[in-house]
Design a protein around this ligand. Sequence first.
Ligand code: SAM
Length: 461
Amino acid sequence: MEVLDFPAGECLPAVLNQSLSSGFDFLLSPLVDPTYRPTPGAVLPVSASDLILGPSQWSSHIVGKLSEWIDLDAEDEQLRLDSELTLKQEVAWASLSLQVSNSMTTLHVFFLPPKRSSCGNYARVVNQILQGLTNMQLWLRLPLEKSEPMDDDHDKVKNNDHMNEMEDSWELWNAFRLLCDHSSQLCVALDISSTLPSINSLERWFGEPVRAAILQTNAFLTNARGYPCLSKRHQKLLTGFFNHSVQVIISGRSKHDVSPVEGVLSGDENHTEGTLIQHSLSPYLNYISYLYQRMDPLPEQERFEINYRDFLQSPLQPLMDNLEAQTYETFEKDIVKYTQQYQRAVAKALVDRVPDDAVSTTKTVLMVVGAGRGPLVRASLQAAEETGRKLKVYAVEKNPNAVITIHVSELLGSFGDNELSPECLDGAQRFLKPDGISIPSSYTSFIQPITASKLHNDVGV
Ligand SMILES: C[S@@+](CC[C@H](N)C(=O)[O-])C[C@H]1O[C@@H](n2cnc3c(N)ncnc32)[C@H](O)[C@@H]1O
């Protein structure tokens, strides 16, 4: 989805119409006349009456943009006070006018980047505003930048907090959202310029609530035919954003003087030659659509896992509860576990215990403890077939809902032992020969630190 940023002073309904028919989804529109400064008794000069668009147009196609002069951490006290008053007025106006049609819609208001690295007052006022908001998201605009020290410069930079703070917009975001108490309604819109920070710096943003990537037209390169295109690194970044449902905003004046119609790469039916007057930014939109359509489809495993992304799961308790068929189905999607790990381990054990000259006379007995619907039974039988070894399998299962054909352990749970595997396996131990083995023979639980603001908010720490 693309959003178009358009300058103040243009006629909103006309620009909106043309933008929508050119394939854009949203417009980023200033809410207030940019020349406005508060004076005693003055009424907020909104840039457009709320009647200029229909209620559903406001809520579906407009993202409100706040006045650019607002500077809540300015040294000038009057400017600070005016900024606070106007910011609150503009958000109040937005929440009224953009909200009329459907109280269930989440509305978006676009906030300016902090004008300086120390932005405590700005964050304080935004935090106050957030306390009173229900179905509105505030997008804080931030430049995607971080100066990358060379390795030997690292300590130098580490000791220079001020410099670090100034040049790492993630640090700025982190300080700002801490002051806003990690509000889940505070999101980020990242300004992407022609140069990008290192992959490590970019990846930190994938754990954050980034809602929009703002591509200035001058971040685009020009291809051999004169059309806008992006560097390989920008393309990769956008693909990552597409996978995280981040909106793309195209901002600025067209820098590529090409016929938008001829530049169509997306094959969108709206772009049939001659049917519409295209927006001057259409070639940029077409290029972004082309990148979107060119993405590889997600592998099946990832498609399956996507619904679990960023959701906290309470550990299963299969010892206490009988699991449902759907839960077993979820386990069974883990090809790496069954085929690459368990099946390989059983095959190795069989080869190890039964030499080639004894395959016809030796039958190995294997017991699957807690067999569920039998994926380990299948993996074991396949290992026997693959190695040419004879195998007798017992499946032990306490859940009457787990339908299995042969009675034969995967009691790992979410954290190695939360299914009480030591206790359960202890009972099965007496069936094991003195030289018998257990697969797995030991468990190790690993903890991986991650950054995920949504999960952090969900835990509510
Ligand atoms: C994590 S599930 C694994 C199921 C299956 N092996 C798989 O990989 O899909 C653990 C299974 O052990 C079973 N189980 C737990 N405690 C048990 C017990 N004391 N005796 C028999 N089965 C048990 C549960 O009902 C559940 O089906």
